[in-house]
Design a protein around this ligand. Structure first.
Ligand code: AMP
Length: 176
């Protein structure tokens, strides 16, 4: 009997206790990326849900969202937009602040990255409290994009981040 896709992918995600600080169990996806079979399976499965849905752009969130986002954009034949930490993007930007479990953070997007009405998906590796994706959605909306979906490799469902993304069609491949 073969394993299901989700089970095979989940076996390549490693738990690192107390990283980057005590009490956090970090989900390390590098073993999944390291294996050509699971990397391809994960990207193909994420891309599959958007095939034929006329996506113009994939928006990837720094930094692990870039890894997944660029592969998705290549498969879906779309452009790629980076959402970056402050001070990295060289042209005019819009900026959005959001709260983390400790302190706050900001993300930026180039003002001319998306034209009103363009159909986009936003991707990141993992949904925890949802603060990062909430800010990303709000930022992308300020440019008038139509958000077709938001997509994650991993969802930590016990943190209920999904509750903050109810205005979007949200999917995750692997749920803990
Ligand atoms: P949040 O804004 O709380 O949804 O956090 C999501 C962001 O933080 C994503 O970019 C994740 O890569 C990262 N992150 C949060 N918690 C974890 C975790 N337990 N393991 C790995 N990455 C995490």
């Amino acid at each position: 009997m073969g394993m299901g896709i989700v089970e095979e992918l989940a076996r390549k995600i490693r738990d690192i206790p107390d990283f980057p600080q005590k009490g956090i169990v970090f989900k390390d996806i590098t073993p999944l990326l390291n294996d050509p079979r699971t990397f391809r399976m994960a990207i193909d499965a994420m891309a599959h849900q958007y095939v034929g849905r006329h996506i113009d752009l994939v928006v990837g969130i720094e930094a692990r969202g870039f890894i997944i986002g660029s592969a998705l954009a290549y498969i879906l034949n779309t452009g790629l937009i980076p959402l970056r930490k402050p001070g990295k993007l060289p042209f005019l930007t819009h900026r959005m602040s959001y709260n983390l479990e400790y302190g706050s953070a900001e993300l930026e997007i180039h003002r001319d990255a998306i034209k009103p009405g363009q159909r986009v998906i936003i991707v990141d590796d993992l949904l925890a409290t949802g603060g990062t994706m909430r800010a990303s959605i709000d930022l992308v909306k300020t440019l008038g994009a139509e958000i077709v979906g938001v997509s994650f490799l991993v969802e930590l469902s016990f943190l209920e981040g999904r509750q903050r993304l109810q205005d979007c069609d949200m999917t995750a491949l692997i749920t803990y």
